[in-house]
Design a protein around this ligand. Sequence first.
Ligand code: ADP
Ligand code: MG
Length: 351
Amino acid sequence: MSDSNKVSETEVTEQHTEQRLLDVRNLEVTYASGAAAVRGVNLSVDAGQKLGVAGESGCGKSTLALALLRLLPAGTKVTGEVLLDGEDVLAMKWGQVRAVRWAGASIVFQGAMHSLNAVHRIGDQITEPILLHRKATPAGAKKKAGELLEQVGLPAARAEAYPHELSGGQRQRVMIAMALACDPRLIIADEPTTALDVMIQAQILRLIEQLVAEQDLGLIMISHDLAVLSDTCDRLAVMYAGRVVEEGPASEVYENAQHPYGKALSAAFPRIGDVASRFAPRGLPGDPPDPSALPTGCTFHPRCAVALDSCTTEDQALRDAGPRHRAACVHAGAQLPAQPTSAPVTAERTP
Ligand code: ADP
Ligand code: MG
């Protein structure tokens, strides 16, 4: 760790003296195509803490998750530090990275059908990493697989089933059991419930919460749905065009977003159970920018209803926007001008 006590302007949690479970510093990822998908992300997670990462499709959330465990394609440029228990994953030898992928941190991906091998019984898929990384006996690994299935709410006998014999929700439970197989300290869940219907989604979220609490795990939960994240996580980081543009306590970010993008996301995903507003989300027009051709200044300015002229040329770092709450907006901390409910207009304003 650095001697300096100075907290970088873009760090996602407060100052902390003990070693963190995960400490990501100034992470930058550029694909071989030139796409700058992650641009200077700082975030940290402690044991027992649940961090939500939100943002529309294309904002760099999955790239961030893959970078943490060095799962990106060859030719991708990754810089910065990914300190897991103080050790930089980006600087590790491959043998060490492989061990870390199961026992240090593991990922639950979206779309469990594609991640499970269709021709192998699920029990065999769960025991494989246990045999490989835990040096268990076959009988010991089988017993552990049964216990893991029961932990995620499936009968141990389901170990004999093939993936196609399970429902979508059951397959996602199997994915979670696999992620837990080698007793990781950190779970990264990338859109773990996006492919599931609302009832099953709620069950899986409660299961993840319960496991995190029981085992004192760290959790990074990634979703485009701010309502789901605020319901599950302690803190939220909102990503836009590869950067964290807002972060703070989950309820604060969801109910009192200070960045116009955070505001638009929370308006687009009203409270779980709020049926009336779900049918009329106040969407945000346009798409996130192409990471190979980012706009100048604040990358959100072309879609921003409250942009100033200066936003077209000046980018903003995260700044205080409330208690333990920060946003990278020129208006953060001040009262935001009222936003129109229809298409945005480019604000003509004298500074
Ligand atoms: P999210 O998970 O938030 O939807 P991604 O991390 O998948 O975002 O993608 C971020 C950006 O990186 C997108 O513009 C996407 O097109 C680009 N990208 C993702 N994977 C690759 C890749 N293998 N090669 C080049 N660009 C990629
Ligand atoms: Mg993704």
